[in-house]
Design a protein around this ligand. Structure first.
Ligand code: MSP
Length: 527
């Protein structure tokens, strides 16, 4: 048997200075849907997420709260970041913290190699730093402050004053990799996606790359530079390495060879780190660059990036407590084009929940199973002859499944769901046209009734598989009710790329009653 394709997928690792909001959860869910899809396709999938715990931002927050940074990080990881994964049903295979020994050892090893190979030198530096971004800002992101920051230079992303830092640092000779990076973007146009992100990166590198300051001396919350412990490692240099320290770099060659290179899902604010600095670091170390870097857009509030520091953050459980994790996942993946910015609104969420999940998919499933119960003693019907209308559904299932998979390969999650939803809508239309409740009144139409309900039940089988990456809870309930487990095995064992192949449900199989998939929501209107 051929070896399954390796698919290593990552989220950014999250700063632990504060609790997560729905912008962070958005990144997690998108990556989770991709990981679940690939896992369900039989790819050798490994899905990594974690936390970014060093640097000035965390140190300052911890100090302001009167605790040591490690204690602060422990507290936030246990009380907020790990629980987030349950709140939105994330299926990560690993969770890395940058304060773990496996990471710190890997970073030290990587740095030492770059130093030994002549990619690092000592120098003086003076520049404007944003602690929010943890970055010396390029000119394009330095703007004049307004209001209380009038007369000061502020960060274009955080709108907070920049700090002038002057230090003796170690530098990574990143400028030496400019041509190789440009060649990479040229040779592999899908390395950075979407195209708008690629263009931005190419333009940035074409302007000329500077060397990168990779150490700090004014505080000590970080990984010591192995040859000079007066310095700690620059937090981004440390953080980016999580993708390889979590997969065995320098410690487990077999594991590393199996997983690396990976694919990174990142927000567009941190694209440059992943598409410029990170591949340059890997080239310097003689390692392969990532397969892909995909930059998604921002969740906006009032036209600006949602953020806790601007007091626009919404906690994920404010949504899941009312609508559930499945609806959270569905809404953000369906309503926003992956790769573009999008706005969240309670009205849109509630409307889609009702129209698409409850009335569209949930109602379809409950009607079909109820009719099987009523007319076929709760069993999968033995289908009669296939007519044109039935064949159209069968063909649509095959094409929707194929297109959905192609869209996932292209990171177009919203289009993948839209393709699958064509089948939801078509099945609802088919039931309305075929009127099985009318057929049921005429004993001469028994075979026709069986064919209509077999077609819709098979449609539900395909939908359960195709929607399982987005709606893991609802599809698990549906799979149970279909009775499919007894003949086809667990839902997780169904190959998603074959979900559109017809005729898998075995006639005569006993079905079970279906738990309500999307209960009616009684809420006072939220804003
Ligand atoms: N620690 C760095 C990443 C290091 S990766 C080696 C970091 N952390 S973060 O917590 O600030 O952000 C993590 C992710 O959340 C980023 O991809 C960021 O784009 C995403 N989001 C934060 N706010 C967001 C929105 N309002 N909308 C969408 N995603 C947003 O950056």
């Amino acid at each position: 048997m051929a070896k399954p394709d390796s698919f290593f997928l990552t989220t950014p690792i999250f700063y632990v200075n504060d609790a997560p909001h729905i912008g962070h959860a958005y990144t997690e869910v998108a990556a989770d849907v991709l990981a679940r899809w690939h896992r369900q396709a039989g790819d050798d999938t490994w899905f990594l997420t974690g936390t970014d715990e060093h640097g000035q931002k965390i140190l300052r927050t911890a100090t302001a709260n009167g605790v040591e940074p490690k204690e602060w990080a422990d507290r936030l990881v246990e009380s907020s970041w790990k629980p987030l994964l349950n709140t939105i049903n994330i299926s990560n295979d690993d969770f890395i913290r940058t304060t773990e020994p496996r990471h710190e050892a890997g970073v030290a090893k990587f740095l030492q190699k770059l130093y030994d190979d002549g990619h690092v030198y000592a120098g003086e530096f003076e520049a404007l730093y944003c602690v929010g971004c943890e970055e010396f800002k390029p000119k394009s992101e330095i703007v004049d402050g307004t209001g209380e920051f009038e007369g000061q230079k502020v960060c274009a992303i955080h709108s907070k004053p920049l700090e002038l830092l002057q230090e003796k640092n170690y530098f990574f000779k990143m400028s030496a990799f400019q041509d190789r990076l440009l060649a990479l973007y040229e040779e592999r146009p899908d390395f950075v996606q979407p195209a708008s992100a690629r263009n931005e990166v190419v333009a940035f590198v074409q302007q000329g790359l500077e060397d990168l300051s990779i150490s700090r001396t004014s505080f000590d919350w970080g990984i010591p530079i192995p040859w000079d412990d007066a310095h700690v490692t620059y937090v981004w240099f440390d953080a980016l390495l999580n993708y390889v320290t979590a997969t065995g770099y320098g410690a487990n060659d077999e594991e590393f060879a199996r997983r690396w290179p990976g694919t990174h899902i990142v927000g567009k604010d941190i694209l440059r780190f992943h598409a410029v600095i990170w591949p340059a670091m890997l080239m310097a170390a003689g390692l392969e660059v990532p397969d892909h870097v995909f930059a998604h857009g921002w969740l906006l509030v009032g036209g600006e990036k949602m953020s806790k520091s601007k007091l626009t953050g919404i906690a994920p459980n404010e949504i899941t407590d009312t609508f559930g994790a499945d609806a959270f996942r569905y809404y953000f993946m369906r309503a926003i084009s992956f790769g573009h910015d999008g706005s969240f609104s309670w009205e849109d969420l509630a409307a889609r929940y009702q129209a698409e999940l409850a009335n569209g998919f949930g109602n379809l499933a409950s009607r079909v199973l109820a009719m099987n119960a009523k007319y076929f003693e709760g069993r999968v019907p033995e289908p009669g002859e296939e007519l044109a209308a039935d064949a159209a559904i069968r063909e649509l299932a095959a094409s929707a499944a194929t297109r959905a998979d192609a869209h996932i390969e292209a990171f177009a999650i919203h289009e993948s769901i839209a393709a699958v939803w064509e089948l939801v809508d078509a099945l609802n239309g088919y039931i309305t046209e075929q009127e099985p409740w009318v057929l049921a009144k005429d004993p001469a139409q028994r075979d026709r009734l069986a064919r209509v309900l077999y077609t819709t039940t098979e449609g539900l089988r395909a939908l359960a598989v195709l929607l399982s990456p987005v709606l893991p809870e609802a599809t698990a309930k549906l799979w149970f009710a279909l009775g499919a487990k007894e003949t086809l095995g667990a839902l997780s064992a169904q190959p998603i790329r074959e979900a559109g192949v017809w005729g898998k449900l075995v006639p005569g199989t006993t079905q079970h009653s279906l738990a309500v998939l999307f209960p009616r929501i009684e809420t006072e209107a939220k804003e």
